[in-house]
Design a protein around this ligand. Structure first.
Ligand code: CLR
Length: 384
């Protein structure tokens, strides 16, 4: 039924929200949405989804050949999709509108070393407010792995769904045992947000994304929803091709929120039906004011407890404080300084790798992590 998932008192405000999205394209974060669709979680927490299977991440370093590393990267990547794109439905009942991070907002976390897999560290910084851009760095120094990326979105409305084009990319750098690095360019799939009419939005992935290794191996991943391939939602097909060839060396197929298999051997490729490991975050008392969970704590409490007046009061406080900061900066002729990242207008690694598969666009900007691997556990101590 239309509006089935919408509390009766919010039906008209949901209809207004849908109309405003339909006649609008660009930055959804700025639209006012009814309370039932608000999430108490900031977008700066989302990069943690990349590492909720730390064993699969660490396993990339243990693969012995270029081909096996490409397979390990693909396996880890596919296994992150369930967390990235379905976990709000599981935790909050449907896809929700995340808190829109402030400029300079920070999120730190780690996954502990268990059974010699090494500790994995996460550093996230909101590097732009308008449009929202989130930069992240995830590393496992003892395994010689570092993932650096940034995430932004362009949204439009089509056929009753929100279409989200993901802007940005991620580069995974793998230290090789003999010295040197292998790099993987990870491009991001297109999202369709369905179920809006019913007030219970969920994500389906569409089109194609790529993982291009500097070794030449390329994974091409095609996404389809209900009514395609197998007819099941969250379906994908992936092919791995060797350097300079378009003949598949490996083919995989399945659903990314459950299991997939190797089409030649019939063996299981990915299986995310087992529990994932959420990121470990330090206690609120130790946090800097700009760390997400501390910054948004009162807004988040209001949303969780259904006290929406309190939530919107607290949100206004944060927004006013931000506006004042921007005014002060302007008056002083100063601009906001990023803490952990440096913006560069074109990413040479992206350019080199995207060329190998004639990907688009040919160039992209990026945010480079300013510190070394070994510094990440201590970067938490940020200046006031
Ligand atoms: C952020 C980067 C992550 C993957 C990811 C998952 C869900 C996406 C999110 C990204 C960006 C913001 C997003 C969200 C789903 C809904 C939300 C597009 C790409 C928009 C802003 C809110 C729409 C409001 C409706 C739910 C009504 O790696």
């Amino acid at each position: 039924l239309p509006g089935e998932g919408v509390p009766s008192a919010q039906k008209s405000s949901w209809a207004t929200f849908l109309k405003s999205i339909a006649s609008f394209s660009g930055d959804l974060s700025s639209l006012t949405a009814p309370p039932f669709i608000l999430s108490p979680i900031s977008l700066t927490e989302f990069p943690a989804y990349w590492c909720e299977r730390p064993d699969l991440f660490a396993a990339i370093a243990d693969a012995k050949t270029e081909k096996d590393r490409s397979i390990a990267v693909l396996k880890w990547f596919i296994s992150t999709l369930k967390g990235q794109y379905t976990s709000r439905n599981e935790k909050l009942g449907s896809e929700k509108k995340p808190l829109n991070p402030v400029l300079g907002e920070l999120f730190y976390g780690h996954w502990p070393d268990v059974n010699g897999r090494g500790q994995t560290n996460l550093v996230v910084e909101q590097v732009s407010h308008h449009p929202p851009i989130t930069a992240y760095y995830i590393c496992n120094p003892s395994k010689g792995l570092a993932l650096q990326g940034h995430s932004a979105q362009k949204t439009s409305f089509s056929g009753g769904s929100i279409i989200v084009k993901q802007i940005g990319h991620a580069i995974l750098a793998v230290d090789l045992p003999g010295g040197g690095k292998e790099e993987f360019l990870i491009t991001l799939p297109r999202l369709r947000i369905d179920g809006l009419w019913y007030g219970s939005p969920y994500i389906e992935l569409a089109e194609t994304s790529y993982i291009q290794s500097s070794s030449g191996w390329l994974s091409t991943i095609e996404y389809k929803g209900k009514g395609y391939f197998s007819g099941r939602s969250h379906s994908f097909k992936a092919v791995l091709t060797p350097p300079g060839s378009s003949t598949a060396a490996k083919k995989y197929e399945g659903v990314w929120h459950e299991t997939s298999k190797d089409l030649d051997t019939g063996e299981t490729f990915t299986d995310v039906t087992t529990p994932k490991e959420e990121v470990t975050v330090g206690p609120l008392e130790n946090m800097h004011d700009f760390e997400s969970r501390k910054l948004w704590q009162h807004v988040a409490r209001g949303i969780r407890e259904g006290d929406y007046d309190a939530a919107s009061r607290e949100k206004s406080k944060i927004e006013n404080e931000q506006r004042q900061r921007r005014r002060d900066e302007q008056a002083a002729g100063a601009s906001w300084q990023l803490l952990h990242f440096e913006h560069i207008p074109s990413d040479p690694v992206y350019e080199r790798l995207v060329k190998k598969f004639n990907g688009n666009p040919p160039t992209e900007d990026t945010y480079v992590f300013k510190h070394n691997h070994s510094q990440t556990p201590s970067v938490r101590s940020v200046p006031a």
